[in-house]
Structure formats: structure tokens, C-alpha cells
Write a protein that binds this ligand. Structure first.
Ligand SMILES: *Cc1c(COP(=O)(O)O)cnc(C)c1O
Length: 500
């Protein structure tokens, strides 16, 4: 009696071919026509319920699986591939990159290391990232899930290098616990998580009040370092930000780098937003001094528009980088020949198995060339400048922070409302624009003032999209002022329960 061996391969490859072709055809239409759809739409209850079904014990035809996704998933995205998505700070993806993710999965390679083509592409992309930021050939780097982990990698190397003892052997008990890292209060939240994960706690991260323009204050930094030294602490690292999340402010990288050299501190640059400005013909001088950093975090899923996820940690001192993460156990010994005849890529980070993230970046860079990405960065900044100009030209709109790169902080302000009312009003404008599917912006608080925040990092945005945003803010803002003056309740929160 013969028993068919089981496999995950399809019973009928021709059926699978037809389905795969259909998926690609649909994907092309979906991407091409993104502008005709709402930025975002709320999911109906039956869609939500469908995704709460229990584990399927038995399979069904892949074409049926795809139909479920076509109706239940594809119409309800986060929205960031849409030309009018400017929420938080993320890239808009790209079709070639999506094909890259597909091919990477077809190859199925694990990029923990090994002697194979995908590992060469992974290394090459890291080399290109080094070239973009102006790092020397001897520097090292690793592709990770995103900027948060890229920063964690850099800060871990900083901790180990600056640790008074052997941090890998003994942890940071005793004197190691006195290490102090510095940045402005505009640091991305991932740094606090990093310091907590590194065992240094929130006390290990000194967040200094930023100057009015959102940048790290060199005077306060010098004072804090000297104060900490005189109190027996161990100043270790300054985290400069090239492009803060709130307003896109760029710290004075040259001055901070010089200070770090004089003081013997590790100089880390969080370039998740602005590091890639190094590609921009018109704005690269904004990140002068970045290449002097000991470590840099950049985020190709932002200004390189790679499909999520891919971040990149770069470290100037390769030996220090490797010494922090090198872990090759007896079952992963490098060989002279064969599949294991290669340095382990996992010796530069916390993961062992690693995905083939490099391919989507590699393909898009090959297709368009790095200069195109530089020009797209300039285009985003041009659109942001246009938005800021329009805001300043309309009396009901107010610019809340100086625009530096492509982040515009502004609000609807008819002039006679207090801070609380402005918060309610602008929150409601933001939610109505989302629920209409017209545009997605986020909100933040700058120097105590609540505002809308358009982070324009989107290769599909056109000037007319900025006009649509300005019109929508004004239309909703003015309608809301009327509602308020007629005594209507404006909730500032979605589907207020008291209204039902
Ligand atoms: C986005 C961002 C991060 C975090 O990056 P992820 O890719 O979201 O993990 C860190 N710092 C800054 C300045 C960022 O903009």
C-alpha cells in the first residue's frame, strides 16, 4: 500500500499559476488606482467578525482564501500608500519593492548568514547605506525591522564600549549602572525603550528641554554632562536627532559631534527621518556632520519607501559592533568551504534568523537609482513648503512650528477660542477628514499648543493633494465653528456614545 507523501506544494501547479497571475493583475490595478479610493474607511462589523474566526483545522482552495482577502482585507488598509496619507511618518511603499518581498519569499532564504547570493545582496545594501551617509568602507551595519531596533543596536554598542567593565560578561551592575545617555526631550520614544531594555532604565536617559526650534540645546547638554560627572555618574553617549518626529527639527550635528569628541562620548544619530537627506541635492547640508557619528540609525521604510519592514543600523567601528553581538555557538561554526563559508550576518544584531529585507531595497534602488530618491525627498519638502505657505496665507489657519523639512505643524484657529476649544476643534477636523476618507494627518503638541501635523513622506502626493487638505480643514473647521455657535456638542472623539 503506497501512501502519498504530504507537501505544501499545490496539487495543481497550473491552478496556482492562474491564481498567482490574478493576484498580480489585481495588485497592479489596486496600486494604480489608489488615488480613486478613500485614504481609509472604517470596517463593517461582519469584516471584523470574520477575522475573529478560530484556527482553521482543514484547508480550503487558495483561490477561496484570496477571495476572502480581496473583499475583507484589501479595502481596509491603514492608508499609507494613498497620496493623501501624511500621518505619523512612514513611506508609501512601491510596487517593485513588493515584487522584491515576493521574490525574497520565493527564495525563502534565512539571512542569518551563509555563503549564498542573498547574503551578498544583504551586505551590498548595507554598503550602499554606508555610502549614502558618508561612512568609510570599514564601517559595519545591519538591516533590522525598523528604526527602533536600529537605534537599539547603536545604543547597545555605545553601552558596551563605554561600560567600565565587561558589559557582556557581567551586565551593568555596579558602575555600569551609572552610564548616562543624553538627548533632547524631542527624542523618539524608542530611545526610552532602548535604555530600559539595556538595563539603564529611564534614569539612564537624560532628556533635556529642547530649544524653541525643537533642537538639542548644546549649553544644557554641556551643563548636564559636567553636572553628572561631578556627581560620580558616567556620561556615555549623546543621541542627536536628524529630523524629530514632532516637527522635523535637526540637531546641530557638527557641534554635538565636536562636543562628543572633546568629552569622549559616543555620538549616535537617530536619522530615521532625516538621515536620508544625505541623498537630497538641495537639502543635504542639513545633515552635515552626520558622517562623524559613531553610530547612525536610518529607516529605508520611510524615505526610501520600502514596503515595511526595514531599518538599518550603521556603526563606524566594525570591531566594536561585532564584539557587542558576536555569538557564534558550536552549532554555527564558520567553515572554509560550502554553505557555511561566510561571516555570520547575525553577529551584528539581536536576531539569529533574519528575513531577506535587503531585496526590496536593492530592486527599487536598481530600478530608480539613488538620485531619484533624493529628488523625491526634495519634492516632499517642496510640497511641505507649499502647505506651510498656504497655511500662512489664510487667516483661519496658523503655523505652529517652523517648517524645517517635510513636517508641517498647523491648526485651524479662528482667533477667538481658548486652547481647550482649539484642541477639541482640531481633533474633530482630523477625525472627520479620516472618516470622509479625504486625508490623513496626525496631531501633536508643540510648545504647549495642540496642532495637526502633516508628515509629507509620500512619492504619490501632488500639489493638488495639498490644496484638497487645506480646503478640507477650512470646510470642516468653519462648519464646526457654526455648530459650536449653534450650541451643538462637538465631541472631538469618534462616534461619541452620548450622541446615540
Ligand atoms: C520612525 C522613527 C523611529 C522608529 O522607527 P521604526 O521604523 O518605527 O521602528 C525612531 N526615531 C525617529 C526619529 C523616527 O522617526
Amino acid at each position: 500500500m503506497s501512501v502519498e507523501a504530504k507537501t505544501l506544494d499545490p496539487d495543481d501547479w497550473e491552478d496556482m499559476r492562474r491564481l498567482a497571475h490574478r493576484i498580480v493583475d489585481d495588485a497592479i490595478d489596486y496600486t494604480r488606482d489608489v488615488r480613486d479610493r478613500p485614504v481609509w474607511q472604517e470596517m463593517p462589523d461582519d469584516v471584523r467578525r470574520a477575522f475573529a474566526a478560530p484556527l482553521p483545522r482543514r484547508g480550503r482552495a487558495p483561490s477561496e482564501v484570496y477571495e476572502t482577502l480581496k473583499t475583507g482585507m484589501m479595502p481596509y488598509p491603514l492608508g499609507n500608500i494613498h497620496p493623501r496619507f501624511w500621518m505619523w511618518y512612514m513611506g508609501a511603499s512601491n510596487f517593485t519593492g513588493a515584487l522584491g518581498d515576493f521574490l525574497a519569499a520565493i527564495l525563502g532564504s534565512n539571512l542569518g548568514g551563509g555563503n549564498h547570493s542573498a547574503a551578498l545582496i544583504d551586505r551590498q545594501v548595507v554598503d550602499w547605506m554606508k555610502e549614502i551617509v558618508g561612512y568609510p568602507a570599514g564601517a559595519s551595519g545591519t538591516l533590522v525591522s525598523g528604526g527602533s531596533v536600529a537605534n537599539l543596536i547603536g545604543l547597545t554598542v555605545a553601552r558596551n564600549v563605554k561600560s567600565p567593565g565587561d558589559a557582556r560578561a557581567d551586565g551593568i551592575c555596579g558602575d555600569g549602572g551609572r552610564l548616562r545617555f543624553y538627548g533632547s526631550d524631542q527624542l523618539h520614544s524608542c530611545h526610552q525603550i532602548a535604555l530600559e531594555s539595556l538595563g539603564l532604565g529611564r534614569a539612564g536617559l537624560r532628556k533635556l528641554p529642547a530649544r524653541d526650534d525643537g533642537t538639542l540645546d548644546p549649553g544644557l547638554l554641556a551643563e548636564a554632562v559636567s553636572h553628572d560627572r561631578s556627581h560620580g555618574l558616567r556620561p556615555a553617549c549623546v543621541i542627536a536627532t536628524a529630523g524629530t518626529v514632532n516637527a522635523g527639527a535637526i540637531d546641530d550635528l557638527r557641534a554635538i559631534g565636536a562636543f562628543c569628541r572633546d568629552e569622549g562620548l559616543w555620538f549616535h544619530v537617530d536619522g530615521c527621518i532625516g538621515g536620508l537627506l544625505a541623498l537630497s541635492p538641495r537639502h543635504r547640508s542639513l545633515v552635515d556632520g552626520m558622517s562623524e557619528a559613531d553610530s547612525i540609525a536610518i529607516d529605508p521604510h520611510k524615505w526610501l519607501h520600502a514596503p515595511f519592514e526595514v531599518g538599518c543600523a550603521l556603526v563606524r567601528d566594525r570591531a566594536a559592533h561585532r564584539a557587542t553581538f558576536e555569538k557564534t555557538p558550536e552549532y554555527l561554526q564558520q567553515k572554509d568551504r560550502g554553505i557555511a563559508a561566510s561571516e555570520w550576518l547575525h553577529d551584528y544584531g539581536v536576531q539569529t534568523s533574519r528575513g531577506f529585507r535587503a531585496l526590496k531595497v536593492w530592486m527599487a534602488l536598481q530600478e530608480h537609482g539613488a538620485d531619484t530618491f533624493g529628488a523625491l525627498i526634495d519634492q516632499d519638502i517642496t510640497h511641505a513648503t507649499y502647505l506651510a505657505d498656504r497655511v500662512e496665507a489664510v487667516s483661519d489657519l496658523e503655523l505652529v512650528a517652523k517648517r524645517v523639512i517635510s513636517i508641517v505643524c498647523f491648526r485651524f484657529n479662528p482667533g477667538d477660542l481658548g486652547e481647550d476649544a482649539l484642541r477639541t476643534l482640531n481633533t474633530e477636523i482630523l477625525l472627520r477628514m479620516q472618516e470622509d476618507g479625504v486625508a490623513a494627518v496626525s496631531d501633536t503638541v508643540i510648545n504647549g499648543r495642540f496642532c495637526l501635523r502633516a508628515a509629507i513622506n509620500n512619492h504619490r502626493t501632488r500639489k493638488l493633494d495639498i490644496d484638497i487638505l487645506v480646503d478640507a480643514v477650512l470646510t470642516h473647521g468653519r462648519a464646526l465653528v457654526d455648530e459650536l455657535s449653534n450650541g451643538q456638542e462637538v465631541s472631538g472623539s469618534p462616534s461619541d456614545a452620548s450622541a446615540s
